[in-house]
Design a protein around this ligand. Sequence first.
Ligand code: MEV
Length: 457
Amino acid sequence: MKPNLKKNSRLKGFYKLNRGERVDLVRAFANLPVDQVRLVGQDGALSFDIADLFIENAIGAFPLPLGIATNFKVDGEDYLVPMAVEESSVVAAASNAARWVYESGGFTTEVVESAMIGQIQVLDVATSEFPAVRERILDAKPELLRLANEIHPRLVMRGGGALDLEVRAFPDAEVPFLVVHVVLDTKDAMGANLVNTVCEKLAPEIAALTGGRVGLRILSNLADRRVFRARARVNPELLVAKGEEGGLSGAQIAQRIFEAFVFADSDPYRATTHNKGIMNGVDPVVIATGNDWRAVEAGVHAYAACRTGRYRSLSTWRLDEEGWLVGTIELPLQLGTVGGVTRLHPMARFSLQTLGNPTANQLGRIIACSGLASNLAALRALTTTGIQKGHMKLHAKNLALGAGAKGEEVEVVAHLMVREGNVSASAAEEILHAYRERKEAERPRVSHDFTSVSELE
Ligand code: MEV
């Protein structure tokens, strides 16, 4: 791309401008056509006032499709699961797999642990002193925890608060250092602010105790102390759908799903894609409920690698003695259902209400299930018809819409593209054009060629 020397992104004081002024500047910078500028001025459920509160330099909101995944039964309770996602087939796939699980008895879940970790880095301590310093910090643990809990008395009243303190040492790092971990139960808050405040408040105490210099004070997004487990046991006969699997029996499909799991668990190249399929069920719910999906993504993938020292599948799939397919998943999920965006974003409120206003732990259980369901749907598709068939159907609809198809035209154009094996933007345009011409030719003509006035009467 040729650099445009006239463009200048140094927009000093952009944040002080009102919305119209900001949009005008962006419009001039990017030479935006009027219709695009109008789009950014259209507010949906998220009013500009709130968007402007959430972030800096706001000019509008970016809508994503919101769908409802059906058929979820988690620990005996039925749920409709809101998903905000742009990818075709994610909601349908999760709902389908949730149905197989529903009809097999539903998901069961457990909260393995429910705490966040804050990190306080300590530098300028001689490595020979590390063991002694460590001892000193651990000896002061009760006092440090007491101090931490003084900071958030309301959290303690709600049954949360600082639980533990650990010390880790990195004597061989380029700059040797220690890290103090503060383990905190943040209850229904995601906890970033709570944890960061505690780390900042404890830092001077830690510096005094160690004689060192405190470096970073921040939560860890490797939330391996906030872990949710879900399990599904599926009757393999439910995985058979006539006309789709090339004659595979349920037992064969289940065996292939097991083999697909082995592939993912052995090969990080496959594990990454396998886990992406899990995140197809996780991120949309995290987003729909106003949670920090970057934190969840970072944590989940780090967990997939750090749990065993090698990046592996986050789920397992095996056959039990009765030949049923048993899936488990373990996900670290840093989620909140109170405070911040979860309460202020009207759509997040809608989603939480739809889920029955869950606690953070209930939300974690549900999301672990939607991750497992998405994984199962992907593996079944991959081990049977392949993923493209379903994807292509939905992709074809998007292309048909993009080509300008309306109403029934969308289905027709998509269907013809898939049948002809050419799913592309140009094919969508051609087919739509041909379809409209044919329709026009078939349209019954009304004659206006009246021979006499009496014929009108
Ligand atoms: C696509 O969004 C997700 C899959 O690639 C997941 C997988 O390969 O398991 C289908």
